[in-house]
Design a protein. Structure first.
Lengths: 336, 336
């Protein structure tokens, strides 16, 4: 099973990308990775890799790089030999099962839509992030693909999120919440209110509105919101993780007794902090495109890249894209 | 200086409201509080209060209560003898310097606008919350008064937030950030983009877009967003506080060594958790209305109510409402 990895996208590319591919291939004997990017920058990381792994990693040349500050649509269109575009084209041509990138989010979304293409019947894609809530994962979507939504977009995100959680987390009837500024029916705006009506009339296990407080607690399996709100939440959560880390460190520097306490607590605290790094838990699938496209955190380590490759592999094995296609095709058939 | 306290609004009303008034009056010899509500429910809490404090607390009768689930506008209009409405009318009649309520947020906002009235030139009010960022306070507004905004609303919130931070935190030129889904200029939507243009052309110390990650770190003194987003952030933060608390407790129950660690760390951890309870740090002023209206957290303890009374008193002493009025009147004068 071959996946195309954008080796040039991300803060620590291509080093962590190469190392992540090695880790993932060592862990999964059925995995093949195409490292797409500038060959001369990558070869040094592949030198001492055992042949059982090295034989499943290929370098695919791409001479250009889409930077974090590049305009998404313009760069995907103009940089025809960029590592991201070449990787996405491998998915379009069915040369690769899926593509993983830790690069420019907007370019990944634009490229997913323009090159891989939307699934028929889906108006807009959504980036989904599994958030570690108290005792389980909650899938939050959209976190940045569709900044502002129409009701139909939120409705479709709910369906895609439910399919994802059903297939990947094995939950029979995933509960779905619609994010709003309070749980009462009168909350939200016109778009959210209309999406709520659509979801009440759907076959989903729809639980109504959920508010910010419920997301980290995990009151529903899926939480649907527009890309602006989802992005605000995950970045705010990341900032709070940093904030708590700094506060704990400051407390330690000021006191003797808590320093012993913190040393003993540190493994637990680290475990907790790791839970704020949402995207590091395996990357965000771009749902609604006709192929597997996974966005990894820009700051991804090799371990995070390997995690994203693992998510892509699981998604392919469970035929996630096909499940979404089947569901929307049957909906379209019913509607006609 | 007399403040009207809605004694019936909040999860622990009227007990914590009465006790909060006592605490605040004990701390501030120049403070007088009118406890507005159902007399029979309050008298027991005032029995053993020393006369130096008791003499500055009056009960003002109000026979009705606006519940947390009541429709905001309808209940403010129809429940003419509700504790919240009577308290707000005391502000309108200049019998009280300001009003504090831990009740129904929507009703506080609706009552502030309908009864106390907007400051001339201000289109919509904003609820502001001081968030304890790393080394200072950041003022986040709006957190729920104006769910969706026009560019002029965000622009006016920025001005009001800057005046608030200048007067209350003594910051000469408060830095102002406009919340968006990324720091690059192309981020946001049309409303946010237009507000950004207006703020670039203003006299404010405008720093451009800030994203979710920067809010807990405190990269600007003021962060402006619509009420939907602000509400999402503070509630998500509250949920994360709960989440971290539960995770730490779970870790403790599973291990011996960290339990000692946590016992030693507990004072530090409690200090950190308290920082997530944003509204408990003193309540949220409703900026843009022609009088002092402070919303306290629904779950407020006596200490939180006393804190909100302290915020109201400071706002009055610094002539916060007048400063906003003066600023907008001079802007209007310039525009004419």
């Amino acid at each position: 099973m071959l996946f195309a990895l954008d080796a040039m996208g991300g803060d620590h590319a291509p080093e962590e990308q190469c190392k992540g591919a090695i880790l993932a291939c060592a862990d999964n004997p059925d995995l093949d990775v195409a490292l797409v990017g500038i060959r001369s920058g990558m070869e040094r990381y592949l030198d001492d890799v055992p042949n059982s792994v090295r034989s499943r990693i290929n370098i695919v040349d791409a001479s250009e790089v889409i930077g974090m500050g590049d305009n998404p649509v313009a760069s995907i269109r103009s940089k025809k030999d960029s590592s991201l575009r070449v990787a996405l084209e491998m998915v379009r041509a069915h040369e690769a099962v899926g593509c993983i990138s830790a690069g420019n989010t907007g370019a990944i979304v634009a490229g997913g839509v323009l090159l891989v293409g939307r699934i028929k019947g889906i108006e807009r894609p959504a980036l989904a992030i599994p958030i570690p809530a108290l005792s389980k994962l909650t899938l939050l979507l959209d976190v940045g693909a569709t900044v502002r939504c129409k009701p139909i977009n939120l409705y479709q995100f709910a369906h895609m999120g439910a399919i994802y959680m059903r297939s990947l987390a094995g939950i029979d009837e995933p509960s779905v919440g619609l994010f709003s500024n309070g749980s009462e029916d009168i909350k939200g705006d016109d778009v959210i209110g209309e999406a709520r009506e659509m979801l009440i009339g759907s076959s989903l296990n729809f639980m109504g509105f959920v508010e910010g407080k419920e997301v980290p607690i995990g009151s529903t399996d899926v939480v649907v919101c527009d890309g602006f709100t989802g992005n605000a939440l995950i970045k705010f959560g990341e900032g709070i993780g940093e904030f708590v880390k700094t506060l704990v460190k400051d407390e330690l520097e000021n006191r003797f007794l808590p320093k012993i306490g913190a040393a003993l607590m540190m493994p637990a605290l680290k475990k907790i902090w790791a839970r704020f790094e949402y995207e590091k838990n395996g990357g965000s699938p771009l749902l609604g495109v006709d192929g597997i496209v996974i966005k990894a955190h820009g700051n991804s380590s090799a371990r995070a890249i390997a995690g994203a490759l693992g998510v892509a592999r699981a998604f392919a094995q469970l035929r996630g894209t096909e499940l979404i296609k089947d569901s929307f095709e049957s909906q379209n058939a019913r509607a006609n």
